[in-house]
Design a protein around this ligand. Sequence first.
Ligand code: T46
Length: 140
Amino acid sequence: MTQRNGFVREIQLPQIHDPRGDLTFVEGGNHIPFQIARVYYLYNVPVDSERGGHAHRELEQVVFALSGSFRMKIDDGTTKSEYWLRDPRKGLCISKMVWREMDAFSQGAVCMVLASHRYDEADYFRNYDDFLKALESETK
Ligand code: T46
């Protein structure tokens, strides 16, 4: 773990360097701060695509660029930040209640996500104002 910024932190995975090709591994219960319930990946992403645009009530995730690069824009309701993912050894761990948007995909980019829960549409805030209202009610 290399860096913290509120609700987001970077996770550095090991790399086994080898002239035959590099190898990186992820161990549940070791590198990832939650039990992995789901893995999904984005591929065949058009370079002008914009994804995300939502927050999650409970879900935590670690996002990797396995190939190529893209930008993640992060908003915890108070602070906005940007992360460029381009190293398959480095994941971005995103807590619950964080608004995220993704863009600037390079040609052939592959994004892999390790998630703490199975897919549940009811876990999403897809409306930014609803997300802000929920944050406000949490702090009351
Ligand atoms: C995030 C970024 C990186 C499923 O049926 N199962 C799944 O596991 C997922 C993730 C999605 N879906 C369905 C739900 C929607 O009908 O696939 C469609 C697109 O899903 P979503 O709007 O979540 O896709 P993205 O790429 O905009 O966002 C996803 C994650 O939800 C999000 O948390 O950080 O990838």
